[in-house]
Design a protein around this ligand. Structure first.
Ligand SMILES: Cc1cc2nc3c(=O)[nH]c(=O)nc-3n(C[C@H](O)[C@H](O)[C@H](O)COP(=O)(O)O)c2cc1C
Length: 386
């Protein structure tokens, strides 16, 4: 077993473990990947104030996200196809989240179903909804999430149409998938991955299959979803969601101050400042650059969660300093899942926990409530003003 010191180590293990098409599906962004890169670059550019001789004993990372107690301000972001990164991926990730005392948000486009995940964990989990043109699906999946005891619904609003990822087209990761000679060879050289997926409970989209019951198979469900993304999605649709979902409502994928204010006006419980991990509007700002303005404009009225480029506890601390209540991580845990299944997700979470704990101490902060912009040496905004 290699020594794993950071998320990049898990990324490298994942790269070797799973087929190239799947690795790049997870790793890459849309078009020229400008926003994907900006998410990382802008986080990296932020510097902390190093403070000394402040009693560093007994640091606590415990906090709440959406009013729920969590062991640290981190949750697993919804990601499609988790169950192809590793067989039963969603169930394994849910178990790792439960063991770590944090929440997972399950994607509409998951391989394991809501019910599979419910059976795999005793902990509450959240559900992410793509509002498809076929509202019958949305209504039925919302009911299933409710029946499974999901405590929050994350409606993803930054994907009325799908951004293009060049790698997916080149790798044949389309609907239906294109099996090239290179793909076939690649799969043949990844036997442990192939076995885990073969042994997994499902190979198709577990939330969609029951709805399109007459046409089973991954391609049917994938094609159905592709045809059903709703380019006409608007604020009035959220009023409809509000009516059918009685629990906590979170809008995922906001980057603009005006949209954040409107989300607060409509009574959403939280927003996720997100550019879908640089997978949608290429050329959109990094999420960390957008965060402080949104926090200033709406942070007193609505809970602000953050994602995009988080690969360490230091990144979590930076986002919290700039106004986030908590962070969602996407690729950071997907690399772990692809590399080592449940143990890999657990490893990703323990790395982030340790990094956050140490960084909290070295910035002289006792607990999560004590984090403020004061711990930053300068911010992206300061630099812009120079
Ligand atoms: C492979 C992959 C699949 C994703 N699938 C979904 C999805 O089904 N629904 C959704 O709302 N967001 C999805 N996202 C976006 C994530 O929820 C999250 O916003 C993003 O990964 C955060 O950036 P990070 O990966 O740099 O942490 C996906 C991201 C990745 C990397």
């Amino acid at each position: 077993m290699p020594v794993i010191t950071n998320i990049e180590d898990l990324r490298e293990l994942a790269r070797r473990k799973i087929p190239k098409a799947l690795f790049e599906y997870a790793d890459h962004g849309s078009y020229d990947q400008i926003s994907l890169k900006a998410n990382r670059d802008d986080l990296k550019a932020i510097r902390f104030r190093q403070r000394v001789l402040i009693d560093a004993d007994n640091r606590s990372l415990a906090t709440t996200m959406l009013g729920e107690k969590v062991s640290m301000p981190v949750a697993l972001a919804p990601t499609g196809l988790m169950g192809l990164m590793h067989g039963d991926g969603e169930m394994l990730a849910a178990r790792a989240a439960e063991a770590a005392g944090i929440r997972m948000c399950l994607s509409t486009m998951s391989i394991c179903s809501i019910e599979d995940v419910r059976a795999a964990t005793k902990a509450p989990f959240w559900f992410q909804l793509y509002v498809f043109r076929d509202r019958g699906f949305s209504e039925s999946v919302i009911q299933r999430a409710q029946a499974a005891g999901c405590t929050a619904l994350f409606v993803t609003v930054d994907l009325p149409m799908r951004g293009q990822r060049h790698c997916d087209l080149k790798n044949g990761l389309e609907v239906p998938p294109r099996l090239t000679l290179r793909n076939a060879f690649d799969i043949a050289t990844k036997p442990s991955w192939a076995l885990s997926v073969l042994m997994g409970k499902r190979k198709s989209f577990g939330n969609i299959d029951p709805y399109i019951k007459n046409k089973r198979g991954a391609w049917a469900a994938g094609a159905w979803a592709n045809d059903n993304f709703d380019a006409s999605l608007s604020w009035k649709d959220l009023d409809w969601v509000r009516k059918v979902w009685p629990g906590k409502l979170v809008l995922k994928g906001l980057l603009d101050v005006e949209d954040a204010k409107r989300a607060a006006d409509m009574g959403a419980d939280a927003i996720v400042v997100s550019n879908h991990g640089g997978r949608q509007l290429d050329g959109a700002p990094s999420t960390i650059a957008a965060l402080p303005r949104i926090a200033d404009a709406a942070g007193d009225r609505i809970e602000i969660l953050f994602d995009g480029g988080v690969r360490s506890g230091q990144d979590v601390l930076k986002a919290l300093a700039l106004g986030a209540r908590g962070c969602l991580i996407g690729r950071a845990y997907l690399y772990g899942l692809a590399a080592m299944g449940e143990a890999g997700v657990a490893k990703a979470l323990s790395l982030i926990d340790n990094e956050l704990r140490v960084s909290l101490s070295l910035t002289g902060v006792r607990d999560i409530a004590g984090i403020s912009r004061d711990i930053l040496f300068d911010t992206i905004e300061d630099r812009r003003n120079i």
